[in-house]
Design a protein around this ligand. Structure first.
Ligand code: T46
Length: 160
């Protein structure tokens, strides 16, 4: 089954708009975090991520994804068994597909003021990166290939 192709039948909702809606994300184990934004005008803006405060877990790993200049780039296409993450576009934007095995949602991650929580079993992929897109991810554990579910059939089996 081709999860990402099916998902594009869904409307794309912008994260910055979704934040204001009561329903927010419908995909289980997902959510939206709001960064602490300090308008330090006229010299800039500071955005703060704090473990166990606006980031709802302890942070063991931070990684970024950069140089997303290929228009056809597609990342993700997996789920995690245990890993908790918050993913942000700190520059530019990208499209994030979320799928809990029953509900799917496509979000345009379009603001550095927000992040998306990926907590456990969520199939996700990232695409449609703007040329300037810079992604930052906070994770609650070190990299562990054994935590990845890389086939959609196995994911569906686990989410039955
Ligand atoms: C996720 C999404 C949002 C490491 O060795 N250490 C690391 O910390 C990471 C993140 C990756 N890698 C290696 C593993 C692969 O050989 O880098 C290669 C590419 O990783 P992956 O295919 O998992 O990359 P993405 O962009 O598809 O997924 C990444 C995260 O790995 C993943 O946990 O949820 O971003």
């Amino acid at each position: 089954m081709d999860a990402e192709r099916n998902s594009y039948d869904l409307g794309i909702v912008r994260l910055s708009e979704l934040w204001q809606q009561t329903e927010k994300l419908i995909v289980q184990n997902s959510g939206i975090v709001k960064m602490q934004v300090i308008q330090d005008k006229p010299d800039g803006v500071i955005r703060v991520a704090e473990a166990r405060k606006n980031i709802p877990f302890s942070i063991d790993r931070v990684y970024d994804i950069d140089e997303l200049t290929q228009s056809e780039a597609l990342r993700g296409k997996h789920a995690h068994r245990q890993l908790k993450q918050v993913i942000r576009a700190i520059r530019g934007s990208f499209t994030l597909l979320l799928d809990d095995g029953k509900n799917k949602q496509v979000v345009k991650v379009d603001s550095p003021d927000f992040g998306v929580i990926l907590d456990g079993l969520i199939w996700h992929d990232m695409s449609n990166f703007s040329a300037d897109c810079l992604i930052l991810v906070y994770a609650d554990a070190y990299y562990d290939e054994a935590d990845y579910i890389r086939t959609y059939d196995e994911f569906l089996e686990l989410t039955k």
